[in-house]
Design a protein around this ligand. Structure first.
Ligand SMILES: Cc1cc2nc3c(=O)[nH]c(=O)nc-3n(C[C@H](O)[C@H](O)[C@H](O)COP(=O)(O)O)c2cc1C
Length: 375
């Protein structure tokens, strides 16, 4: 990667520091957040997906987390345009994505995904598979609309995540991210609103974490010891933005400790606005608390470089939205280790190169029209 960094730039100095995630060295602190794009007909990422990711690696993104990609379980997904992480053709497509990102100087991990009860009408190849979840509930207070998973279902999904992780390493990826966030299958177990089980997988926070911890342990066992395992989680759910897994640091610690013990190297704490304090009495955000409670490395995310306000804040014009100085202060204070960029990077493949070379005046506001193409 060749990015020119003027010596005066604080952003370049703070963000350009390499970081080791287990056995992987990432060239800088900028992460591309996972973003579903639905440009992979038949679940196969093609040439356009390859160049979409490689372009961003070439322009300075240190670590790419791919869009969510379905693990090999019949109920994992619902769209035939979302890439799958199983099947010969699909994995061959992914191998080329990884190779192109490496050739551009970046690193890349797939985000392994099972949508659970969010599944509605399915498309091929598993159109008739049921929606599955801890208790068959899509959200808190809902009537059951799907299948409460049996032990055999749980074992099959654990196996599917482990197989996907082994395949990721085999075809040249640098690690994996397990999608435990946003109200999808793993989060449906973590959240008491959707987990009403009375067996060993439901009840207190430790029991609700058990399924995710078993997935982490199986993934860990399926890959080399130095292969980084990232776990993404969130308080918010796509079914309910105000939902929370933990109201206190103690509750959060109860959820995260078994995951750390099972082999998570890095937590990716998903928030919608990174600058908001997570609990009263401290400025730490969710990533900051995660690092403090687990001692693990942490990625933060949420409205970094997102809109016109942020661009103004970058340029020092003042704004409600926190600008680059606040982000850099927190990175330097080790509140978190890396920062993931979602929509700003979707909009502008050159975002990282611009920030790393002090070209803040060239940042573009986000426009949802960017979703229509893979530019
Ligand atoms: C179009 C789009 C698709 C997304 N898909 C995923 C996904 O597949 N997996 C995931 O964990 N988060 C997904 N997210 C959430 C982003 O990873 C990120 O957390 C969120 O956009 C906040 O970051 P931002 O404010 O920098 O955009 C998606 C977001 C967008 C805008």
């Amino acid at each position: 990667m060749t990015v020119t960094t003027p010596p005066a730039s604080r952003a370049a100095r703070v963000l350009s520091r390499p970081i080791a995630l287990n056995g992987l060295t990432v060239p800088n602190r900028i992460v591309m957040a996972p973003m579903t794009r639905m440009f992979s007909p038949g679940g196969v990422p093609g040439e356009d997906v390859r160049s979409y990711y490689a372009r961003r690696a070439a322009a300075g993104v240190g670590l790419i987390v791919t869009e969510g990609t379905y693990v090999g379980h019949e109920s994992a997904g619902q769209s035939d345009r979302v890439p799958r992480f199983h099947g010969e053709e699909q994995l061959a497509g992914w191998a080329e994505v990884a190779a192109d990102v490496h050739a551009a100087g970046g690193t890349i991990v797939p985000q392994l995904w099972h949508i659970g009860m969010v599944r509605k009408q399915g498309e091929p190849p598993f159109a008739d598979a049921p929606a599955v979840g801890p208790s068959g509930l899509v959200t808190a207070g809902a009537e059951p609309t799907g299948k409460a998973m049996t032990q055999a279902d749980l074992d099959a999904v654990i196996g599917a995540f482990a197989q996907a992780a082994a395949d990721a390493e085999r075809i040249g990826f640098d690690g994996v991210e397990i999608h435990g966030a946003h109200g999808y299958l793993l989060d449906q177990f973590l959240w008491e609103g959707t987990n009403r089980r009375t067996d060993a997988y439901g009840g207190d926070p430790v029991a609700r974490t058990r399924f995710s911890a078993e997935i982490v342990a199986a993934v860990r066992a399926a890959v080399s010891p130095g292969f980084p395992v990232i776990f993404r989680y969130s308080q918010w759910k796509q079914q309910d933005y105000t939902a929370r897994l933990a109201e206190t640091p103690e509750e959060l610690e109860a959820l995260l400790t078994p995951l750390a013990a099972a082999g998570v190297d890095v937590f990716h704490a998903s928030t919608r606005r990174y600058w908001l304090p997570e609990f009263e009495g401290s400025d730490l955000n969710l990533a900051g608390w995660t690092k403090k409670l687990t001692g693990k490395q942490v990625i933060t995310v949420g409205s970094v470089g997102l809109d016109g306000d942020f661009v103004k804040a970058f340029q020092g014009e003042g704004s409600e939205v926190k600008g680059i100085e606040d982000l850099l202060d927190r990175l330097e204070a080790d509140e978190f280790d890396m920062v993931a960029i979602g929509r700003a990077l979707l909009q502008d493949p050159e975002w990282a190169a611009k920030v790393l070379s002090d070209r803040f005046d060239e940042l573009k506001p986000y426009d949802a029209a960017a979703l229509k193409s893979l530019s």
